[in-house]
Design a protein. Structure first.
Length: 283
């Protein structure tokens, strides 16, 4: 790999990590002259999905290192698959697990928001630009209220405002680790870029509405703005909510993996409620 791990290291255990959608992930236990440690190997076997992602993850992890963001350390990478046959990264393994059924929702949301605000405060930005997953040409047929659909489409049009910051690109509860009620790590950085903070916050709010409800998503926005000390671009936030489609009903259950109750059929209604709330914030 482009950056080498200890050449005398020996793999003693490999365990697949659940929840991955775009890449295969394994937790690997390694014995070396310096001791035993766990690392995480991420592989993108599908070529078109991997283009540029290794470099983006490496750039983001370098940017946040030493900035108070609990992220893995990049140990090695193969950006184009020339050395290992597959594009991949090797990072340190962090302590903790995703918590999808928090006992103290207020503390959980506050820690989630404070950590995202800390990411956005990192002064170094990756070269890639990103302003969310929303495509104004994508049909919103899942949004059965045609009046809401038209109003949301109109409100989402126009330029985004606000300064560009380091965004995680997929910041949400499936990519955050917890240990004893404390947030212990943020993982899955391949989509990190320089972008509008509202796009990043809105993506997290969308995931909260999908798993929980619109009230939780609204509470998160309040807590984020309090932690960051700024108001997010409401148009960017709305666009993130509008990036939902019925495909989420297929892949979210895989991410949850039975670790929390999940009302799949109610997803569109919960997101629609969050969109109504977002529109009220724009008007």
């Amino acid at each position: 790999m482009a950056r080498q791990v200890h050449r005398r290291a020996r793999v003693t255990a490999v365990a697949p990590l659940p929840g991955g959608i775009t890449a295969d992930m394994d937790r690997v236990t390694v014995d070396s002259p310096t001791g035993r440690t766990d690392v995480v190997l991420r592989r993108w076997p599908t070529e078109e999905r991997a283009e540029g992602l290794v470099a983006r993850e490496a750039s983001a992890l370098a940017a946040v290192r030493g900035r108070g963001v609990p992220a893995p350390e990049l140990l090695a990478m193969d950006e184009d698959g020339a050395e290992t046959g597959v594009r991949c990264t090797l990072t340190s393994a962090l302590t903790g697990q995703p918590d999808l059924s928090p006992a103290d929702m207020r503390s959980w949301l506050s820690q989630l928001a404070t950590t995202q605000a800390a990411i956005h405060a990192v002064p170094e930005h990756p070269p890639t630009r990103w302003d969310g997953w929303y495509d104004d040409g994508t049909p919103l047929d899942w949004l059965v209220d045609r009046g809401l659909r038209a109003a949301a489409r109109e409100a989402a049009s126009g330029p985004l405002v606000g300064e560009k910051v380091l965004v995680h690109g997929d910041y949400q509860h499936f990519n955050v680790l917890w240990c004893d009620g404390r947030l212990s790590g943020v993982v899955d950085w391949p989509y990190a870029a320089t972008g509008n903070r509202g796009s990043d916050v809105g993506h997290c709010r969308l995931n909260l509405a999908v798993l929980f409800d619109s009230r939780t998503a609204a509470d998160y926005l309040v807590r984020y703005e309090r932690a960051a000390g700024v108001r997010v671009d409401r148009r960017a936030d709305l666009r993130a909510l509008l990036s939902f489609d019925l495909g989420w009903q297929q892949f979210v259950p895989r991410q949850v993996g039975g670790r929390a109750p999940l009302d799949v059929a109610g997803m569109p209604d919960r997101v629609a409620a969050a969109i109504r709330d977002a529109l009220d914030g724009i008007r």
